[in-house]
Design a protein around this ligand. Structure first.
Ligand SMILES: [Zn+2]
Ligand SMILES: [Zn+2]
Length: 721
């Protein structure tokens, strides 16, 4: 190759051609450094025939600067990058960026300098220094990473290094990862598990694309089953990727994995330090990392010997990325498996209607695990009618739920109260003049967080202290909290049972795998009687002594009115119910609702999942909604409202007329303002046969808008805000 066509990591630029200098060899997939004006950019060599660009004469080409000594990105990964960019209408460079690490990891350096506290107290202990040292604790990292952890500038950390309170250490970063032992501690499988495991092992052996839906109630042993498929991939010297919906879930997963395989898998998530990321990326790219467990971003990494993909809790909405490239990791994972010609397992106790539909039309094969592992029974479920048996004024727990909590405490068993709302109260208002605290940047109420004594916006992160007086009428002590969040429920529990030991589990309290491990240890050690938590506690954990689950507000998820609202509520409450009675003891679930006759509640209480899914699926089919039809949202946003409106109208006027396709809007988005930007939305609804992406691409190419306006397309949207 004397010429090379590149995708460079700059989404504003198209493909660029370069000359390959003498002595340098590159091939499609090679990672290189190229000049651009006075700057240098990282790029990947691509097949020239697959990227259209203007031909430049040989004499005008600039030479490449460097080719990294790394394996080239494989052809299946290159096709995945193209497919993702095309399907989700994203720039190739933005997708490619997800496959590459920071430039530091591309270089071959084998050690870096990190910093950690020595335990020495500096002579001059300023408040900032004290805060930094307290927050850093026994953590280790780059100066910048410690600055972020300590909430101080890099200068403060450097000052602490000078005083000797923090020291530099050389870290070797390319230490090999331990190899999982496929036969370390294989479990005794029940017959149904054994059958499913055998089929999956065969699929790994066959090395062809084969999508499976591994469906079984919580506690039926899905993880043990897909571990057998992973073991087989490891035996064959291939790599396995496990995607989990949240990093907080990796902790219980790691424990189970280590028990089965004798060592930890290689983790990949946003919580890794730069040196850990670098080490993981290089081990993945070399094929040495055999089993990788990660958040959705692990999907685009360059596995040279991929043999299996597992998507656990595959129904989880958090697999949908809502910023940058708006892709759905579950769907892209299936595409990657197809391109790599390997099997993929979607595991779920409550599969999405989309996945069930793929089983119905014969695209996915279903493996169903019928019983709870070890013969444990599913918990008893009952609805509590909040109109018939309401809690006292200003309280949120119905008398029957309170009695059940009391019984459980007396029996020495653990309870869980589930409410998917962080903070103390979702709305604060002035009882004197009616003033409501709203976020200045978003169409959203400020949520009170009593622990930190602040009002916070859950959309943009804006914070303010809770004032003593109303900002409108200046009346003092007139502010009242409306509605409950988990902190308020925790207060109610403390008032009812002062002797009970409680824990709040939300993203505010469990923000790292280490925090999750601490919580698990306290639960297992019997140091907690009642957990109050958001959706973070609904999955992954296994606490044998947890026998009562109270769903504080089953109607909450239904309020949004988007197309998946009922399905999500059903999944969430089923998942949280699955926490009850997973050991020897029998579990009980009480669901508080204002509408016990709602279809979701009826299905939950009667355990008729099939009936619920059938009715939901029929409703979607009738309305031609996904998976029977297609949706795409076009979001127009700007700090200038008039500009956003004008652009949205121009796009609306240009809407193509097509058969079997309708365009709704533009209309203000439900979140009409977000992070200081005004937002309008158009919604495209089409039948499955309509090539929606091509139509939108052509349509938007004809409309022009100012640089300050952002137009983003969300294909197969999950959020309707
Ligand atoms: Zn007021
Ligand atoms: Zn906000």
């Amino acid at each position: 190759m004397t010429r090379a066509r590149l995708i460079v990591l700059n989404s504003a630029l198209g493909p660029l051609d370069y000359r390959v200098p003498h002595g340098m060899t590159v091939e499609p997939g090679s990672i290189v450094v190229a000049p651009l004006g006075p700057r240098q950019l990282i790029g990947v060599v691509w097949e020239p025939e697959r990227l259209k660009t203007e031909e430049v004469g040989d004499n005008r080409l600039r030479p490449l600067i460097q080719a990294y000594d790394l394996p080239p990105l494989s052809a299946p990964l290159r096709r995945l990058v193209e497919w993702t960019a095309d399907y989700y209408l994203a720039p190739l460079a933005s997708v490619l960026r997800m496959a590459l690490p920071s430039s530091g990891a591309l270089e071959g350096a084998r050690s870096i300098t990190e910093y950690r506290a020595t335990g020495q107290i500096p002579e001059r202990l300023t408040p900032q220094r004290a805060q930094a040292l307290e927050r850093i604790g026994d953590r280790q990292g780059l100066i910048r990473e410690l600055g972020i952890v300590g909430g101080v500038s890099d200068g403060v950390i450097r000052g602490l290094v000078k005083t000797g309170a923090i020291e530099a250490i050389e870290v070797t970063i390319d230490d090999p990862f331990p190899l999982p032992a496929p036969d370390h501690d294989p479990p005794a499988l029940e017959p149904a598990q054994g059958q499913a495991a055998a089929e999956l092992r065969d699929a790994v052996d066959a090395r062809t694309f084969a999508p499976y839906l591994l469906d079984g109630v919580t506690g039926s042993g899905k993880t043990e089953v897909y571990f057998e498929a992973i073991a087989q991939a490891v035996r064959l010297g291939r790599q396995a990727l496990v995607l989990l919906p949240e990093i907080a879930l990796t902790e219980p997963f790691l424990k189970r994995f280590a028990a089965r395989f004798g060592c930890d898998p290689v983790p990949w998530h946003s919580g890794l330090r730069q040196s850990q990321r670098r080490r993981a990326w290089r081990a993945i790219a070399s094929g040495e990392a055999r089993v990788v467990v990660g958040a959705r971003s692990a999907l685009f990494l360059p596995y040279p010997k991929l043999g299996l993909i597992v998507v656990d809790e595959a129904h989880e909405p958090s697999f949908k990325q809502e910023e940058g490239v708006q892709y759905h990791a579950r769907d892209v994972a299936v595409m990657r498996a197809k391109l790599e010609e390997v099997p993929i397992i979607l595991a779920s106790a409550t599969p999405a209607i989309e996945s069930r539909h793929m089983v119905e039309i014969g695209t996915y094969k279903e493996l169903r695990l019928p019983d709870r592992y070890g013969g444990a029974r599913l918990p008893d479920m009952a609805a509590l009618d909040m109109l018939q048996d309401p809690p006292p004024r200003g309280r949120w727990l119905a008398p029957e739920l309170v009695r059940a909590l009391e019984d459980n405490l007396a029996a020495g068993e653990q309870s869980l109260l589930f409410l998917n709302r962080r903070g103390y109260a979702p709305l604060t208002l002035c009882r004197h003049c009616g003033y409501r605290f709203q976020c200045p940047n978003c169409t959203a109420w400020m949520v009170e967080h009593r622990f930190t004594r602040r009002l916070a916006c859950h959309h943009c992160g804006h914070m303010m202290p809770v004032p003593n007086a109303c900002p409108e009428c200046k009346e003092e002590d007139a502010l009242v909290a409306c509605g409950p969040g988990v902190e308020r429920i925790a207060d109610e529990v403390k008032a009812l049972f002062p002797e009970a030991r409680t824990a709040i589990v939300t993203s505010d309290t469990i923000w790292s795998p280490a925090k999750a491990a601490e919580f698990v240890a306290r639960m297992e050690g019997g140091e907690i009687d009642i957990v109050i938590g958001t959706q973070l506690v609904t999955k992954g954990y296994h606490f044998p002594n947890l026998t009562l689950v109270g769903v504080v507000d089953a109607d909450l998820g239904l309020a949004g009115g988007d197309l998946r609202a009922a399905e999500r509520s059903f999944q969430q409450i089923r998942q949280v119910s699955g926490r009850a009675g997973r050991g020897e003891r029998h579990g009980r679930v009480l669901v508080q609702t204002h509408d016990p006759s709602a279809r979701v509640i009826q299905a939950l209480v009667s355990g008729d999942a099939e009936g619920f899914y059938a009715a939901e699926t029929d409703a979607r089919r009738e309305a031609a909604m996904p998976p029977f039809g297609r949706l795409a949202a076009i979001i127009i946003s700007s700090e200038d409202q008039a500009e956003a409106t004008a652009t949205a109208r121009a796009i609306g006027r240009g809407a193509p007329r097509r058969e079997n396709m309708a365009v709704f809007g533009p209309a203000p988005a439900p979140l009409a303002m977000l992070r200081g930007r005004h937002r309008l939305r158009l919604l495209v609804h089409a039948s499955r046969a309509v090539p929606v992406q091509d139509i939108i691409r052509d349509w938007l190419a004809d409309v022009h808008w100012p640089r300050s306006v952002r137009v983003s397309v969300d294909v197969d949207p999950y959020s309707f805000l």
